[in-house]
Unconditional design. Structure first.
Length: 322
């Protein structure tokens, strides 16, 4: 069979899969074929999801997850795409986005605790907590993800970490069961929550450090915002491309190896912060991967340190391309 005919039959198969899924869900849930993921990521590169689903309820999410499970379709969760490199060929599977309003709750609970949905933007969490006079969420200012992505990545900045403020998380397993897991039960480390490699975070119960006047909290947020604006590039990026090795900074090592401004196509090692790869216009995923490979090799030569990517290669594993 020719490649063209093969791709036509693949396409028909995905059409049929999407159609069946759509028929299973309520009309408020979206099921989109060949949805471009470049536009749903901050780096703005990469291809499409064969199917993207935005469930509008817990029941529809459960049905979508169960459908993927039964049909053995790879399932991926998408947050705000701010820590992802999407391959140029896109993602062979079903991508679930918790972007519907249903997943964006912010509810005050007793003792100053907050219940937040996985789809709530960190910017909104930070602003709403400040308004409520709750201290401890200011470090989230400027991290362009949502709660689900921040839980999976244990996002951190300015000395704070996402799991510093988590009491428990609510998840759906790939089998469609919903559980509440206390923090003590989770395996959380630098930029990783092991349990969320598989389970889908639905929301979390967060605990503030203390209470204070809103104005005072907002001043702290402004200080962090200024600090970030001075030290980070404005061009599209996926944040820090490499994890910091123990006791050192990836940006310092890349800079010391003389790599600022290095380019592959339109992918460039930022002149502002060496641990950011920015998209200077029309970068492809292949450009970014080639640059990651080059930077790693040069840093290894110069300092003996092997840098590990922090950004995730969506739907694939870095070890297969590096
Ligand atoms: C300019 C810029 C600055 C940044 N600064 C920081 C920083 O200071 N500190 C920091 O830690 N990061 C930073 N980042 C990286 C990124 O914003 C964080 O890692 C963020 O937490 C990712 O959230 P997201 O919603 O965009 O997740 P995505 O990038 O969409 O996804 C990341 C991972 O989380 C998984 N995921 C998403 N939602 C869920 C869910 N509901 N359940 C289970 N898994 C899920 C995805 O499958 C994927 O594996 C920065 C990025 C940019 C572009």
């Amino acid at each position: 069979m020719s490649a063209y005919r093969q791709s036509q039959s693949d396409s028909a198969r995905w059409d049929e899969t999407a159609e069946r899924l759509r028929a299973n869900l309520s009309p408020a849930s979206k099921v989109i074929r060949e949805e471009s993921l470049a536009g749903r990521t901050t780096l703005r590169v990469g291809g499409a999801a064969r199917i993207l689903c935005e469930p509008s309820s817990l029941d529809d999410l459960r049905k979508a997850v169960a459908y993927a499970h039964q049909q053995a379709i790879p399932l991926h969760v998408l947050g705000r795409g701010s820590n992802l490199l999407v391959p140029d060929a896109g993602v062979e599977g079903l991508v679930i986005s918790l972007s519907h309003q249903q997943w964006q709750m912010f509810e005050l609970r007793p003792e100053g605790k907050i219940w937040v949905g996985a789809g709530l933007r960190l910017k909104n969490l930070c602003g709403l907590a400040a308004k409520a006079g709750l201290v401890g969420f200011e470090f989230l200012e400027g991290i362009p993800g949502n709660v689900g992505g921040a839980l999976r990545m244990n996002a951190g900045a300015m000395g704070g970490w996402m799991f510093d403020v988590v009491e428990e998380i609510q998840v759906m397993t790939r089998g469609g069961q919903v559980f509440t897991w206390p923090k003590a039960q989770l395996h959380v480390e630098y930029r990783h929550c092991l349990e969320l490699d598989e389970a889908i975070a639905l929301g979390a119960l967060l605990k503030p450090a203390s209470a204070a006047e809103s104005e005072q909290i907002k001043r702290q947020i402004d200080t962090y915002r200024d600090k970030r604006q001075k030290s980070q590039p404005r061009d599209p990026s996926a944040g820090c491309i490499f994890k910091n090795p123990p006791g050192d900074s990836a940006g310092r090592l890349i800079d010391a190896a003389g790599l600022k401004g290095e380019r592959r196509g339109d992918a460039e090692v930022s002149l502002v912060h060496a641990n950011f790869i920015v998209n200077r216009g029309h970068a492809t995923s292949a450009d970014v991967i080639a640059l990651v490979r080059h930077v790693r090799a040069r840093v290894q030569e110069a300092s003996g340190v092997t840098l590990e990517p922090e950004v995730l290669l969506y739907g694939q594993e870095w070890k297969d391309v590096l």
